[in-house]
Design a protein around this ligand. Structure first.
Ligand SMILES: [Zn+2]
Length: 133
């Protein structure tokens, strides 16, 4: 599924591991060791009990901070503005007739060219292959 990195960060990651703190004492008795810190793939807070897990959000996707994250689309886009002198035509008229290259944009018709982050860039979790669409 293609999505923005911000959208991905709201999803659960089945590869994540969460260490659980304050394990019930009967668990420690069963294993014969204390303290123990079991590790699971998600954290679920149980209503009415004190903090059970490291964090309820600890098992979410971390987007591009993960080695499995794959981008689709360019990171940056080239943007520019219409030349105000020639109105994007690249030429300006001579007073005596005819045209010459616009000196403001060197005949390009565009000014202030620069790279800006691509706001439509999306990605996907590559841990389970490429998405079909
Ligand atoms: Zn121009």
């Amino acid at each position: 599924m293609l999505m923005t990195e911000e959208e991905a960060r709201t999803k659960w990651c089945p590869m994540a591991r969460v260490a659980i703190q304050n394990v019930a004492s009967d668990m420690a008795v069963l294993t014969g060791s204390s303290p123990i810190h079991p590790v699971g793939n998600r954290a679920t807070l149980i209503a009415g009990r004190a903090r059970q897990c490291d964090t309820a959000t600890g098992s979410r996707c971390i987007g591009s901070e993960c080695m499995a994250w794959r981008w689709v689309g360019d990171a940056n886009l080239w943007v520019s503005e219409t030349c105000p002198t020639c109105n994007g035509k690249g030429t300006v008229p001579f007073a005596s007739g005819g045209y010459e290259d616009c000196t403001t944009c060197d005949g390009d018709g565009r000014v202030n060219g620069r790279f800006e982050p691509n706001p439509k860039r999306v990605g996907f979790c590559g841990a389970f292959g490429k998405p079909e669409a």
